[in-house]
Ligand binder design. Sequence first.
Ligand SMILES: Nc1ncnc2c1ncn2[C@@H]1O[C@H](COP(=O)(O)OP(=O)(O)OP(=O)(O)O)[C@@H](O)[C@H]1O
Length: 301
Amino acid sequence: MEGLRQRYGDFEAVAGISFDVRHGELFALLGTNGAGKTTTLETVEGYRPAHAGTVRVLGRDPYRERRAVRPRMGIMLQEGGFLADLTVAETVDHWRGLTPDPRPGDEVLDMVGLADRAGVRVRQLSGGQKRRLDLALAVLGRPRVVFLDEPTTGMDPEARRATWRTVRGLVADGVAVVLTTHYLEEAEELADRLAIMHRGRVEVEGTVAEVSAGHGDRVGFAVPDRLAVADLPVLHGAAPRIEVRGERAVATYRLGGGTLQPALRDLLRWADEHRLALDGLEARSASLEDVFLHTAGGEAR
Ligand SMILES: Nc1ncnc2c1ncn2[C@@H]1O[C@H](COP(=O)(O)OP(=O)(O)OP(=O)(O)O)[C@@H](O)[C@H]1O
């Protein structure tokens, strides 16, 4: 995708974005609500023409050459449209009839961990199981490019991990995967590269390590009882940010590059001198969530 722009009337929902996704790579498209992710995905999936810019999937225009591209694409929308009275196996059989060169039904249900639900009616599936059936249908036609729109919404942690394994398997087989999610740990876990969109633009792009770099390390702890916030130390130029979590005030410092170790040393010395125990003390590099919140706050580069 090169310079994609999309408008709804006078409103520019996508304001010139570019990215590419290679085979055997998972690209996560993240962003605030209304950032333009769905509009972007709908364009690459061939549902709408680009207002400006160039979009190619497998070397072709996904809108104008939809017939050629669509059979090689697997699409998992946010809401699948199932027939509630069909069983899981019947649903897969129905879609196999519409798909050239489909995978065997058993294989696809095995891939998504629904083999033991084959005889269950769709209306009796849980929300997470429906998402897995959606994934089964997306991979039925042995796609080379897969679009997953919030694939693990409603899944319990175990089902989510099982789905991550399935998705990793696709990537290992050389499939190009584009995923949107509001679960940042999902992007951290799966993405080879990612982009964070905000108000129609890509604000940050790169590997998880690349986008986290430059956002500093974090040190945090629960503010000890009886201590006034004003009495907390400044650590290598960083003042604490105070957040109330439950009953406790938590102090977090965002440190500049290379100052984590000396800042921690100063903090521990200060705590010793004041005979304070620092509950919940943690030191870590910036998470994707830190980068995301910074971007969503409009302060991105
Ligand atoms: N058919 C439409 N007509 C007018 N405006 C639209 C239309 N579809 C989307 N928009 C607007 O375009 C912007 C981008 O919407 P889009 O659905 O692409 O965002 P998103 O990143 O997918 O958001 P979310 O995370 O909330 O799903 C939003 O401001 C939305 O209100």
